[in-house]
Design a protein around this ligand. Structure first.
Ligand code: AKG
Length: 210
């Protein structure tokens, strides 16, 4: 992992903001991939939540290159601390007036920290269009435990969030687009089935440098 991330801070806060991991010139390709993959709720194996646009992006080479970013893999590996696999890759975008979520931890498992998510923001974002709020240091707390309400303000220059803390999307108050790629990684030992699509993403070589 070298000097790519601050290990001590990562374990304290439970997440890292990887500012320069996605070069700005790649964002347009990621937005194109998002639009190309948008599917209505009834075309997914399980219905999707309303108020969001959902995009099937896991086989797109540009998105796959994000999934393989060394910085992202370093943070996931450090937080999970064991072998892991890519369990889910999807595009999401809160529609105007929608997107507010409760504070949550994705796929809450018996051992907090089994699951790490990364959110790659393809558009500029901030309080106006549904930024993600995070509770630093909440990654090792059991689910249901009372939490501190210290939530980080969103910062639009953070292109890649990666970690396991409690988090929530906020409402997109404007028509400004806020597309993201949602990448989930899970500890291999966990009793959880690995989907063939996720395996494809983990193994295929996109050849797209990021
Ligand atoms: O897009 C976001 O800001 C967070 C999304 C999220 O946490 C979720 O859908 O589980």
């Amino acid at each position: 992992m070298g000097d790519m991330i601050d290990r001590e801070q990562l374990h304290q806060e439970g997440y890292a903001m990887l500012r320069r991991a996605i070069p700005a010139e790649r964002l347009a390709d990621l937005c194109v991939a998002f639009d190309a993959g948008v599917k209505p709720s009834d075309q997914w194996p399980t219905p999707r939540g309303s108020g969001w646009r959902h995009s099937l992006v896991d086989l797109d080479p540009h998105v796959q290159a994000v999934c393989r970013l060394p910085e992202l893999l370093a943070v996931v590996g450090e937080l999970i601390g064991e072998r892991f696999f890519l369990s889910q890759v999807a595009g999401r975008e809160p529609l105007e007036g929608c997107g507010h979520q409760k504070l949550h931890r994705d796929l809450c498992a018996q051992r907090p920290g089994d699951t790490v998510i990364a959110l790659a923001y393809f558009d500029d974002y901030g309080p106006w269009n549904g930024a993600t709020r995070i509770v630093p240091g909440s990654h090792r707390q059991a689910c249901g435990q009372p939490e501190s309400d210290r939530r980080t303000p969103p910062h639009h220059s953070d292109r890649l969030f990666c970690g396991a803390p409690l988090h929530q999307a906020s409402r997109n108050g404007e028509s400004a687009r806020r597309q993201d790629g949602h990448v989930g990684s899970v500890r291999s030992g966990k009793a959880c089935s690995q989907s063939p699509r996720a395996r494809t993403v983990a193994c295929a070589d996109s050849g797209v440098p990021l």
